[in-house]
Design a protein around this ligand. Structure first.
Ligand code: NDP
Length: 329
């Protein structure tokens, strides 16, 4: 029997796109073999772009936004899941071309779902969300490059944001010396509390980069792009690596080949949306094991479901610190 549920829905007409909180029923859900009672969701930078319409993130209308959720399976035709299972969903086009997590109910392909790892609960999963899972994918890329604790400083840009704060917390727990770059020097105590050994002002990365700068970082995780990333690349030590996951400053990258051909540095592109399911499961298991729950509680805060539209603007304005957790009513 079809039941009504609460959801945000984004529609589009000749005046542009509009987001409203409304009542929908099962016929409004999209195709999929698993139906989930959504328990928690969160807000990511991409959700901010989607809800405000600042970028063309939503490519099918009408659509329920929200690229992340955790919840309980209520119906499954998928061999991997049955009623009562706790699951996590990130990306795979959910919240972009398939209805997502800003609703009490979601229907998706079971091939997109990650079973809740042991030692993690549904709230923690959304305190992590796509941002934290992307931080872990970035760390895994650096580890595969050969970066080890004791190798030297690792720089994390956008450190007060979602990806950045979780990257700082995990890397320092793993024994790396982490330098956090932020535009919010008033968050210095917050970042040292997460384990950063040093906190520096991101203004240092605003200058036009030289082809080769002083060799400062054994590795880096960058969420900014633009001049920031170009400076980071020219400051990587010989053989160093950067995991590149964001464009908070710019989609452009005004760099040269110099640090690549003279210092043998590497750059790893990180994509969370279409990452294969096996790599996702590994990342989520690592998150259950390598992210201190107390620090996760410190870097996350509760956000009301009804406050999501305001938070969408705030995240784009760089006003959100750490990670928002939304209990779906
Ligand atoms: P947040 O908004 O939580 O954090 C972004 C942080 O970037 C801000 O908090 C700020 O940190 C910093 N920042 C903002 N503006 C600038 C600027 N002009 N120059 C330099 N730094 C800036 O977003 P998320 O952490 O969720 O996401 C970060 C980026 O990663 C986004 O671009 C997002 O789209 C991308 N992303 C990519 C994914 C992928 O699959 N590749 C997945 C998830 C996110 P501070 O105040 O500390 O300087």
């Amino acid at each position: 029997m079809s039941e009504q549920f609460q959801a945000y829905q984004i529609g589009k007409n000749e005046d542009g796109q509009r987001c409203k909180l409304t009542q929908l029923d099962d016929s409004d859900l999209m195709e999929g073999d698993v139906t989930v009672r959504v328990e928690y969701t969160t807000i990511n930078y991409k959700d901010g772009l989607a809800l405000t319409g600042r970028s063309a993130i939503i490519r099918k209308f009408p659509l329920i936004p929200g690229i992340d959720f955790s919840g309980t399976v209520i119906e499954s035709g998928h061999a991997g899941f049955r009623e009562g299972d706790q699951v996590i969903l990130n990306g795979f086009g959910v919240g972009e071309v398939h209805s997502g997590g800003f609703a009490q109910k979601a229907r998706v392909s079971g091939d997109w779902l990650v079973p809740m790892p042991e030692g993690m609960d549904m709230r923690h999963a959304m305190a992590i969300g796509t941002a934290g899972y992307t931080a872990m994918l970035s760390i895994m890329a650096l580890e595969e490059h050969g970066v080890r604790p004791g190798d030297g400083d690792i720089l994390v840009t956008g450190a007060s944001g979602g990806v950045g704060s979780i990257a700082v917390a995990i890397l320092s727990k793993l024994g790396h010396r982490v330098v956090a770059a932020t535009g919010r020097m008033n968050e210095k105590d917050f970042l040292t509390g997460l384990g950063a050994a040093d906190v520096i002002d991101r203004a240092a990365f605003a200058e036009k980069p030289r082809p080769l700068g002083k060799e400062l970082w054994s590795a880096a995780i960058d969420v900014a792009g633009g001049n920031t990333l170009a400076n980071v690349l020219s400051q990587l030590r010989y053989g160093g690596a950067a995991a590149i996951c964001g464009l908070a400053e710019s989609i452009n990258l005004p760099t040269s080949v110099a640090p690549f051909i003279l210092r043998g540095i590497s750059m790893y592109g990180i994509d969370s949306v279409m990452a294969p399911i096996a790599r996702r499961k590994t990342a989520w298991q690592r998150l259950a094991q390598d992210l201190d729950k107390k620090l996760l509680d410190e870097l996350s805060f509760d956000l009301e479901f009804t406050d999501l539209p305001k938070a969408a603007q705030d995240i784009l304005d760089g006003k959100i610190r750490g990670r928002a957790v939304v209990k779906v009513p």
